[in-house]
Design a protein around this ligand. Structure first.
Ligand code: 4AD
Ligand code: MG
Length: 432
């Protein structure tokens, strides 16, 4: 008998197959039992009819506890009443692993309880749908950058110097030296761009941020493209094409997951239409001030309510351009006509999901960069290798970082970022 997975069921209508699965839920009467089955690929229903399987199999099926693992045999048929469209008419059941008192029952549970049981919570249909969207974004990322001629380069995780804010570093020992967990691969990706032209990385990054919000993780995954011979305006075009590609890929390949999550697909379609709007930081401050946000002055960084308001003035992701130099890292290139702002942009997602991309054109002049490093209180020695890039054939270059979990949270329409990564690391949580 052919062993298949649930997501292959559509190819086996009318055939007898076997499937390894878990019992997600169950209901039964005296004559018929309905098993909600899951196997990691999808969820669907198994029907056990007493008069067809006989009393022994029926009693066994009827007595299965939630999350018992089974090998189920039966015939696939169409099921027009379910979202999935297919079901299995069961002829035999073999128990593989019993399960007793599974803690996550179909009733409602509190967030902390679910977080304590994250290793089991991942089995639920909503979490399954979110992880499918995460997987699709990863797949589409490789596809997009390969198609565009980028090379995947892996920057180190253990580093000797800071790439972003030095207050948010995780310290660790590196034999006799001090080291940090990477906050961003950017500086290494700049070296890679000088070696390979167009490059992108995808890896974990760590920030000891004391932020407890629905947008912050301590450990998150970032995609960081870096492009030689490219200015900021050209980089913005790559960014919007990439994000539109991610959304389109999810629309094309994750229809079932979007249905489970009840995500509005018409809204998502809108996010594939280019270009995305652009607004300067100066105009964003004005917009906020005109709309009752009196607390924001030129020079301040934006908080979530500000980003949410700015985003709500547009129906697509929006770029905020050219932030004040004083609130951005040392490596950004100053605006050619103004020395108080830099050539950078943040992409803010619609619907209140906040910043999903941060990027900039990089300072390429040796003397300016060296001065900026000192001004930020960093030591030139630590960045000697980085300064070398400006000594041997420096070129205009730009890059950006997309936070994978921010993108997953937004595209899947999930309320909190903790559900967009399998095992979230949060302020006060490293279990499980
Ligand atoms: O804006 P950030 O700090 O930019 C950089 O790290 C640059 N070095 C990237 C580059 O130019 N190569 O971070 C980039 C993105 C943010 O826009 C956000 O999506 C995500 O990373 N991010 C976080 N995601 C989850 N939790 C956090 N604590 C995050 N901090 C940043
Ligand atoms: Mg940022």
């Amino acid at each position: 008998m052919k062993r298949i997975t649930i997501n292959e069921a559509k190819n086996y209508v009318g055939e007898e197959v076997e499937i390894g699965a878990w019992v997600a839920n169950k209901r039964s009467s005296g004559k018929i039992a309905f098993l909600q089955l899951r196997d990691g690929t999808a969820f669907f229903q198994g029907i056990v009819v007493k008069s067809e399987v006989g009393d022994d199999v029926f009693q066994l099926a009827k007595g299965l506890n939630q999350e018992t693992s089974i090998m189920v045999k039966g015939t696939i048929q169409e099921d027009s009443r379910s979202k999935f469209g297919y079901e299995i008419v069961v002829s035999g059941v073999e128990v593989i692993g019993e399960s007793h008192d599974y803690p996550i029952t179909p009733k409602e549970h509190g967030t902390e309880f679910l977080m304590d049981h994250r290793h089991l919570w991942l089995r639920s249909s909503k979490q399954h749908a979110i992880m499918q969207i995460r997987n699709e974004l990863i797949r589409a990322t490789y596809e997009f950058f390969n198609k565009e001629g980028f090379m995947k380069i892996d920057p180190p995780i253990l580093t000797a110097s800071a790439a972003e804010d030095t207050t948010e570093l995780f310290h660790t020992e590196y034999f006799d030296e001090e080291a940090y967990l990477s906050q961003s691969g950017q500086l290494y990706m700049e070296a890679a761009a000088m070696a390979f032209g167009k490059v992108f990385s995808f890896g974990p990054t760590f920030r000891a941020e004391k932020s407890k919000t629905r947008r912050h993780l301590i450990e998150f995954w970032m995609i960081e493209p870096e492009m030689a011979f490219m200015d900021q305006d050209q980089s913005l075009e790559v960014q919007e094409q990439y994000v539109a590609y991610l959304v389109q890929s999810v629309l094309d390949n994750c229809d079932y997951a979007l249905n489970v999550l009840e995500r509005d697909k018409e809204l998502l379609k809108k996010y594939t239409e280019l270009p995305f709007p652009r607004i300067s930081y100066d105009d964003a401050v004005k917009l906020l001030n005109e709309n009752g946000f009196d607390d924001v002055k030129w020079g301040d960084d934006f908080g979530s309510p500000h980003e949410t308001f700015i985003a709500s003035s547009f129906d697509k992701p929006v770029f905020i351009l050219n932030y004040p130099k004083a609130i951005k890292p040392f490596y950004m290139k100053p605006h050619p006509d103004r020395d108080d702002v830099v050539l950078c942009a943040d992409m803010i997602a619609p619907e209140g999901y906040g910043e999903i991309i941060g990027g900039s054109e990089r300072e390429v002049d040796f003397d300016n960069l060296s001065a900026a490093i000192k001004k930020f209180g960093l030591t030139e020695e630590d960045y000697a290798w980085y300064l070398d890039l400006r000594k041997y054939g420096t070129v205009p270059h730009s890059g950006f970082g997309l936070g994978l979990e921010r993108a997953v949270t937004w595209i899947s329409g999930t309320e909190h970022i903790r559900e967009s990564i399998p095992f979230p690391r949060l302020l006060n949580r490293i279990y499980p």
